[in-house]
Design a protein around this ligand. Structure first.
Ligand SMILES: Cc1cc2nc3c(=O)[nH]c(=O)nc-3n(C[C@H](O)[C@H](O)[C@H](O)COP(=O)(O)O)c2cc1C
Length: 325
């Protein structure tokens, strides 16, 4: 249990207190309940779901709704949604509000064509007035805070982040998370922390900085550079949930990693039906082992294991071999 008794919140999102300053980013295909719970326990201050489609929610797509399951111990829980149509976004948000998330977040950063090509994700950045409309509708109609995650603009000629943040906060947004790149950059180049600092200096709501935090020391570097209220980590947290406890992957021993691999796999198997838990776990296990010197063979064995018992045997052997060393 995350006991916050006697602790002072770092900041509030609306009326939701946030204890801590490092947060696991929403990541499609990764940030599900098992992985989020591990990160939350190790120090991530809140739990963002991976983004879910508002159209799928409105169609009552079972698979989509199942993606929003969470453990109460993860609270504060944020449901992140994406869509292009303000009315559909509102309908979807009202439909999932009874599932009792603490916050609903609008994705305005996704650069993949399947999303931004349809007017959702980062494509919303092209229209601050539409962003204003979405936040106005949702903040009036929902009882929980509404937040947004943005990029700096569509491309370098259209760096309209200040206008976007203004449209958001004037229409009831309670927080802005900023990935310091444009949609056109996708993941190329460096994240622009100066722009995050600029947003922080004008924003009337809390700001979460995001982009290129690659190691534990970067957390303070970003905080000091931008003054942001919290730092959000995506890629560097895959295979290293310990980053939320301030540890780099190289500082975590192989037995600790193997123990975590067991735990994470068990949580996955409990959460997903059939073999799916093992299949989805492969991309995590590669990253857990990535930083282990001399573990190429072990990595190869783990990712090609086809049954849970085969997988567990490999982990057990690795643990025994390590002790014998
Ligand atoms: C595999 C993957 C999936 C992602 N899915 C989402 C998502 O569902 N919603 C979102 O807002 N951002 C998503 N992102 C973007 C991250 O939240 C984050 O903004 C970006 O990776 C930059 O942070 P980093 O440098 O710490 O990786 C995703 C990123 C990755 C690598």
């Amino acid at each position: 249990m995350h006991s916050n008794i006697d602790k002072i919140p770092n900041f509030h999102i609306g009326n939701v207190p946030i204890f801590g300053e490092v947060i696991l980013a929403p990541m499609a295909g990764f940030s599900d309940m098992p992985y989020r719970s591990i990160c939350r326990e190790l120090g991530s201050a809140m739990s963002y779901s991976e983004f879910v489609s508002t159209e799928a929610i409105v169609r009552h797509n079972e698979k989509t709704l199942r993606m929003l399951r969470f453990d109460p111990q993860e609270r504060p829980v944020v449901f992140q949604i994406f869509g292009a149509n303000p009315e559909v976004i509102l309908e979807a948000a009202k439909k999932i509000e009874p599932m009792q998330p603490d916050i609903i977040d609008i994705n305005m950063g996704c650069s993949v064509k399947k999303v931004s090509g349809k007017g959702a994700g980062a494509a919303l950045l092209k229209s601050p007035s539409k962003i204003g409309e979405i936040f106005n509708l949702l903040s009036k109609e929902l009882t929980i805070p509404v937040t947004g995650k943005i990029r700096l603009g569509w491309d370098h000629e259209n760096l309209n982040y200040l206008e976007v943040v203004k449209a958001m906060q004037e229409n009831g947004a309670q927080l802005v998370a900023v990935h310091g790149r444009t949609k056109q950059q996708a993941y190329k180049g460096n994240a622009n922390w100066d722009a995050i600092a600029e947003i922080k200096s004008m924003a009337q709501v809390p700001v979460i900085g995001n982009g290129d935090v690659t190691c534990a020391a970067d957390i303070n570097r970003m905080k000091n550079h931008t003054g942001c209220d919290a730092v959000m980590i995506a890629r560097a947290a895959i295979g290293n949930p310990w980053i939320f406890a301030g540890k780099d992957a190289e500082e975590v021993t192989l037995p600790e990693k193997l123990k975590m691999i067991r735990r994470h796999l068990t949580a996955n198997l409990n959460f997903y039906d059939g073999d799916y838990g093992l299949i989805l776990f492969r991309k995590h296990v590669v990253k857990y082992i990535n930083s282990v010197y001399g573990a190429r063979e072990l990595r190869g064995q783990l990712v090609t294991a086809t049954t849970v018992s085969e997988f567990e045997d490999i982990v057990k052997r690795a643990e025994e071999n390590f002790v014998q060393l």
